[in-house]
Design a binder for this molecule. Structure first.
Ligand code: ADP
Ligand code: MG
Length: 140
């Protein structure tokens, strides 16, 4: 399996809860390397663009409001099969269904406020990384 990059967001519930480091430790233990990272306040336009794929879903407005309600930490993670490895360690979207040891099982409050985002494909990872990072900010 090839080394890949994926895009990650530590969401507002987790930054407010001061769990950035604890979540990063879980990622690193899973073999993911943080090759870029910054804490930002997302604008409404950035959040709407980022989640445009969900714009017709009933929870879209609430999702955008949540994502701009406090700072987030955007990251590029590198590792073997990183997209899938990251999705596995994040756990299911709904924390009630997340497996033991996953980030969402340990930290998420609800299906909406679920602590982390991870890309769902290598193609989307590249698009999402490009939305938040320039090439010289990623140092592997
Ligand atoms: P994932 O983040 O696991 O890839 P999705 O791409 O399906 O999940 O959804 C994107 C985000 O939208 C979720 O992480 C969550 O924050 C929010 N979301 C998804 N489903 C719901 C829902 N039924 N109610 C409220 N928020 C939701
Ligand atoms: Mg998704």
């Amino acid at each position: 399996m090839a080394v890949q990059c994926t895009f990650s967001i530590i969401k507002p519930d987790a930054t407010i809860g001061n769990n950035t480091g604890a979540i990063n430790a879980i990622f690193e233990k899973a073999g993911l390397r943080i090759v870029a990272q910054k804490r930002i306040q997302m604008s409404q336009a950035q959040a709407e663009t980022f989640y445009a794929v969900h714009s017709e879903r009933p929870f879209f407005g609430e999702l955008v409001e949540f994502m701009i309600s406090a700072p987030v930490v955007v990251q590029v993670l590198e590792g073997e099969n990183a997209v899938l490895a990251h999705r596995e360690v994040m756990g299911a979207t709904n924390p009630a269904e997340a497996a033991d040891g996953t980030v969402r099982k340990e930290f998420a409050k609800s299906i909406g406020e679920n602590s982390v985002h991870g890309s769902d494909s290598e193609e989307n990872a590249a698009l999402e990384i490009a939305q938040f990072f320039s090439g010289n900010e990623i140092v592997g």
